[in-house]
Design a binder for this molecule. Structure first.
Ligand SMILES: NC(=O)c1ccc[n+]([C@@H]2O[C@H](COP(=O)([O-])OP(=O)(O)OC[C@H]3O[C@@H](n4cnc5c(N)ncnc54)[C@H](OP(=O)(O)O)[C@@H]3O)[C@@H](O)[C@H]2O)c1
Length: 223
């Protein structure tokens, strides 16, 4: 079991991931700019968890990042670079899972990638080579993360090394989803950009939960 800090974990996506990892038995801390907000979000998640799960706690972002062995980033893209620069000192060498999608409001249904090509690449350039960075969960909506059982939806994982991708694939499985090794961080632009495609599909077809599935490959859920 791992110690996982969720930066911006008071938000919709961060709370969903926190709930799933805590339910799997990981120690999870919700990070926020405000300690009270972090504690309220942690309490909300604890109410949903079975009594056997470890209790989620709330901390301010930098304290949470310092505490965690794994640090997930779930903030709006507009806060992404500043947040990573603030946390860099305490997260160097830790596994960073970037969930951020570089959406540009109001046209979030149109893919508009940042100068670095993707949020994942931006994270790597800010954090440097000593910090393994992977991206995951961009293509799954928070509504689905709050469901109780396993989710019939796939998660594509890109990362700066095979080891980082494998570690994150283990955490995707713990969250009750099927993960795929989608290659190096250079591919992150496709996965992050795909979120805008899913938002467009949701708008067009009146859904909130469009997701993706990889077909044509045999894969055991346990792999
Ligand atoms: N929502 C989804 O279904 C979904 C799906 C896939 C990926 N994503 C991606 O996941 C990330 C989080 O999504 P979300 O929907 O959870 O976002 P959100 O609810 O809008 O924001 C998440 C948290 O980020 C913190 N935050 C907001 N503005 C900030 C700022 N300027 N500086 C520092 N922290 C700030 C806030 O926490 P505090 O106020 O507590 O500090 C907020 O609760 C985004 O990049 C999004 O694109 C979302």
């Amino acid at each position: 079991m791992q110690r996982i800090a969720i930066i911006g974990g008071t938000g919709k996506e961060g709370k969903g991931i926190a709930y799933r990892w805590a339910k799997a038995g990981h120690e999870v801390t919700i990070g926020s700019r405000a300690i009270e907000k972090a504690q309220i979000a942690a309490d909300e998640i604890n109410e949903l968890l079975p009594s056997t799960a470890p209790q989620v706690v709330g901390m301010v972002n930098v304290q949470a990042a310092d505490w965690g062995d794994v640090v997930a980033i779930t903030v709006p893209y507009q806060a992404h670079a500043e947040m990573l620069n603030q946390l860099k000192e305490v997260i160097t060498g830790k596994l960073v899972i970037d969930v951020t999608v570089p959406l540009v409001p109001p046209k979030v249904h149109i893919a508009q990638m940042p100068p670095a090509g993707s949020a994942g690449n931006e994270a790597r350039s800010i954090l440097g080579e000593e910090t393994p960075v992977a991206i995951a969960f961009q293509n799954i909506s928070y509504e689905r993360l709050m469901e109780v059982g396993d989710i019939d939806c796939d998660v594509l994982v890109c990362g700066s090394s095979k080891q980082a991708r494998e570690q994150v694939l283990g955490l995707v499985k713990d969250a009750g989803l099927i993960g795929w090794d989608a290659g190096p961080l250079e591919n992150a632009m496709v996965i992050e950009g795909l979120t805008s495609v899913l938002i467009h599909i949701n708008k067009t077809y009146g859904s909130k939960e469009a997701g993706i599935k990889i077909t044509g490959v045999q894969k055991d859920r346990n792999l």
